[in-house]
Unconditional design. Structure first.
Length: 136
């Protein structure tokens, strides 16, 4: 039963694209891991699976953020960019990245993917600078 639950969570994490749902899956994974005894209770297969799923999600989120930033910085599309909506999407993605980071710290507080999580977080569209420019 434990293996089936881990397998379903890892499969969900690797395939879901909705950041709200992804954040929930990472939170549930971390809680379930804590309940069953911590990272030591996780088989090597599941440990590798969650790390690969996390790498996949980091690449996906980075690609989305780069595409959004490119679109927002392109003068041809600048008028179409809804900054409030974009800020909300980034905030939701940040929640997923935060839960991802919390899960990674259960394995190692200096886990190498924590740098990648911070890097992806920094790829967010900076709405503050744009708003200040408009006010000037």
């Amino acid at each position: 039963m434990v293996s089936a639950t881990f397998l379903q969570l890892i499969n969900g994490i690797s395939t879901k694209h909705d950041s709200t749902y992804l954040a929930s899956l990472y939170k549930y994974f971390s809680e379930f891991l804590r309940v069953v005894g911590g990272p030591e209770a996780l088989s090597p297969q599941f440990h590798e699976g969650i790390i690969e799923a996390t790498k996949h999600q980091l690449h996906s989120l980075a690609d989305k953020r780069k595409a959004r930033a490119a679109r927002a910085n392109n003068p041809a599309f600048a008028a179409e960019v809804d900054k409030d909506r974009m800020a909300l999407v980034l905030e939701i993605e940040d929640f997923a990245l935060e839960d991802m980071a919390k899960m990674l710290t259960t394995f190692d507080v200096n886990h190498q993917l924590l740098v990648a999580v911070a890097s992806v977080r920094d790829l967010g569209f900076n709405t503050h600078d744009s708003d200040e420019e408009e006010d000037d």
